[in-house]
Design a protein around this ligand. Structure first.
Ligand code: ADE
Length: 248
């Protein structure tokens, strides 16, 4: 059974395609599902598109059209914690939708009809993914030259296994960080797709895991060149981590 890989970054998709063999494409609903082998494993790779609705749609189609064993999600995220830096990796544990509020009908953050405020990633796959990230960081220099990493302020990246906040909003102000953290104290980074895909995976009983490379500090001080970061850093992280995940 193939592994479904969903990435939120077109640059990561390009990098993975470059390393895929026996590649064919399956196009549906404005999405291209790339079927092939990566590091000896059968995969189906697809760009999530951006935002929760887009990502949930992509995930549902992926699950419906391919007989997958699991889904792994990759992409970038903004740090919500002072101690988390650009180039660090977050392996997701609990996935929250920070912009979901059906109160007073259901409690804040609760997903209607499911009675859950978060979806947890698959324990076994999360541990395997964490190990893959550790292995990757040990050989980081082989994937990204030191001077290239330093250009983005990356010196000693670390791994955080923590909770992730997803919402249809790019977070770029300290006030927004405060707002998210005031309701969800444990979340460590913000992105726009993960918890939506986690919900779909829960509803379809599909094991789900996720890692996000920190691209910015989610505040107005982040001067990062986003496309350059995606191409030079995030795509190498995705490829290197997936390699370690798939070969083990
Ligand atoms: N993805 C990368 N950085 C982000 C941010 N600051 N907010 C939401 N999604 C992101």
């Amino acid at each position: 059974m193939p592994i479904g890989i969903i990435s939120a970054m077109p640059e990561e998709i390009e990098a993975v395609i470059d390393h895929m063999t026996t590649h064919r494409s399956h196009i549906k609903g404005m999405r291209t599902y790339h079927v092939g082998e990566l590091y000896g494993r059968e995969i189906v790779l697809v760009f999530s598109r951006w935002g929760k609705v887009a990502a949930a749609t992509t995930a549902t189609q992926l699950i419906e059209d391919f007989n997958l064993s699991e889904i792994v999600f990759t992409g970038v995220a903004g740090a919500l914690d002072e101690n988390i830096n650009i180039g660090d990796i977050v392996v997701g544990k609990k996935m929250f939708q920070h912009d979901l509020d059906g109160s007073p009908i259901v409690k804040r953050y609760e997903v209607p009809l499911l009675g859950k405020t978060y979806f947890e990633t698959d324990t076994k796959n999360r541990k395997k993914l964490t190990k893959a990230c550790q292995n990757f960081l040990e050989v980081l220099d082989g994937f990204i030259p030191k001077n290239q990493a330093e250009k983005f302020g990356i010196t000693a990246p670390k791994i955080i296994v923590g909770d992730i906040a997803s919402g249809d909003q790019f977070i770029s102000e300290k006030e927004e960080i405060k707002k998210i953290k005031s309701g969800l104290a444990t979340v460590v980074c913000a992105e726009m797709e993960g918890a939506a895909v986690a919900q779909v995976c829960f509803e379809y009983a599909m094991p789900f895991s996720i890692f996000r490379t920190i691209s910015d500090k989610a505040n107005d001080n982040s001067h990062i060149d986003f496309p350059a970061f995606a191409k030079e850093i995030a795509s190498n992280y995705a490829l290197g981590i997936l390699k370690n995940y798939l070969v083990n």
